[in-house]
Design a binder for this molecule. Sequence first.
Ligand code: ATP
Length: 323
Amino acid sequence: LKKVGVLTSGGDAPGMNAAIRSVVRSCIFYGIEPVAIHEGYKGLIDNDLEIMNARSVANIINQGGTFLKSARCQEFRTPEGRAAAYENAKAAGLDGLVVIGGDGSFTGAMLLEKEHGLPCIGVPGTIDNDIFGTDFTIGYDTALNTVVEAIDKIRDTATSHNRLFLIEVMGRDAGFIALNAGIAAGAEEILIPEDQKPIDQLMDSLENSGRAGKTSSIVVVSEGDKSGGVFELSRAVEENFPAYEVKVTVLGHIQRGGKPSCYDRVLASRLGVASVEALRDGISGVMVGVRDQKIVQTPLEEAISKHNAIDSNLLKVADIVTV
Ligand code: ATP
């Protein structure tokens, strides 16, 4: 193994810089030349490559986002686009590629390897934690902390008035952020797609809270929840409870930003090393992840097609503590 490329693709996540740094430094440690590719697959098609050294990744471990930039690249979805990308990879002498991103990025990596034989390794980087084959994705822990901090602040204003806050959090089709941040921030209700509750149940619960003397409430709603969205929910709650002033907060992209947490930096560092070591061992077409604290490899095909289930015990915890 002589030259390995690294790119970040899809949605950005805090800790991606730490992962790039780890890939670059692992390459140098093992005598491999690291090549950074700017703007994900777009950079591979546009031949926007840069040879890295150990100093190229200095002072980035503590920064959010990705200094290589990420992109959504339509052209890479076509066989022609992937062929153009491969030609550039071949011309640059790349004999392996590390793709830091989500399941869309892994689909692209899998196709690139199948069609052209370029060995690829996936590193899970997304705040949503919705990737099979790892207990945690890079960025998830930081996003959770951001969400909890934001909800804590909202609670201050909620409790100063008779207010009910509906707070929409990210997570795509998965409720990991909503469930965990909801428990940590002491939400009164948590709505997630994996445990879809009828809207009547939310109304009953709010009524009970009101009867118990509660004058303010926080309801965390996952963006994947299927109750019609926070604004629709807000209208329904206001109709049922005219005494409540209902406020909607969509936390949005602040969840993607910020300095990566210690956990995400360490996770990214571990997975970066594991990705280069896998290529050195002649392994490819897999995603590296952590399960029960151990590094594991999962075929990209499986990582893309399967889903992590929400821990049923955590749902029970939420039911007990959110009242
Ligand atoms: P996130 O989960 O944060 O959105 P992602 O990796 O799933 O990250 P996508 O936008 O789905 O984000 O994918 C990133 C890029 O991967 C796309 O812009 C495209 O270039 C490539 N890609 C996605 N799906 C495919 C596919 N089916 N075939 C080939 N390439 C793909």
